[in-house]
Design a protein around this ligand. Sequence first.
Ligand SMILES: [Cu+2]
Length: 410
Amino acid sequence: MERKSRGSEKAQAPVDRGRRAFLKVATAGTAGALFWGKTAPLRADQGPSLSSLKWREKFIVPKPSQDDQISYREFQIDVQTTLHEILPGVKLHLLAFNGQVPGPEIRVKEGEWVKVKFTNKTELLHTIHWHGVDVYYEHDGVPWITQRPVMPGKSFLYKFQAYPAGTRWYHCHYATPFHLGHSMHGAIIIESDDDPILKTFQYSRDYTLVLQTFDTFFLKDEFNKMLERMKQRLWLMKHKKLDAKTIAVFKNVQEFLKAVEEGWMPPYLSERNQFREGADLTPNFFAINGKAYPLTDPILIRQGETIRVRLINAGELIHSLHLHGHQFWWVAQDGNPLLQPIKMNTLDIAPGQTKDIIIEGYNPGYWTFHDHITTRVTNNGIYPGGMLTLLVYEEMAEREGFKPMVSLDQ
Ligand SMILES: [Cu+2]
């Protein structure tokens, strides 16, 4: 089913005409770019205009229909505990979507209707939030605001129309400092035939890199506490005592204030204190797609090839990613194409953000791509490690049988 009326044809026409006009100008080699309908000088660090003015169009996010007359792309996602290895000897019990770290990547086309059956296979409470996707509010996955959390053993059907195109992600929105840190996240890539980045750069390969930090002491400690809470909750469930009182749900703020007045002690006044800013979260492992260097997967490229790398920061820290031997194009922010790509070699990415870059294969070799906040290229404080991967020219590696050296200096 097509999304109805996203701006009138009349409103779109000038943009398309503008884009065609610009492409003509660009191919003719004129040093000028159409920017907001005016000619602006093309800076050396700017790429061709991506002319993405879609966000200006007017539309209302549709509510998923109840009768299921729509044809959906269907996905099954569960959450379970899994034993995940970041590095040999560093195994952590984590909460993971379909037992994977990061969770399965969902790829859909813009405008497609998506149905995700989410099943909770733990004794904790969870939801899924679709980060950066324009979903109908009832499917936004914020516990107690737009839905009741998904209870142990229960399922929830998330339905939405995939929009807008771009690099987006999903994560649990329940007790997020803990559940997100525990790897309840994954990528959702919304593709479009009309993607200005694909049209402009004609890239042939597309990589997704999910950045994550682990505080293994915190996670181990919290996991043990969580197992204890799970045991308690199982007992409550068995004796049919898991109810609103047990998990302290109030209908509104007044009801909550009244309970405090009458002597009920909120958990933040107790000793639990589990997510205290700064004091507790001191990550000692830094991962790309669930692995720390030297177990990170290399990014493969060939001479003359253009690739797209989608970066998703699912962790707690800001990263400053630097690529050796190349300038790359920064082309999208939070999934949305920039009006003008920017040429750079070090890109910062804050928690929750996604950024897309285009790398052109013009300097054959083996190059590191890493967080330039240097404490993050370590494993438990030991260099080298952490958030570091390699850009590897495939044909060279094939010819020379290149395998990165692994040094674990004492
Ligand atoms: Cu959760």
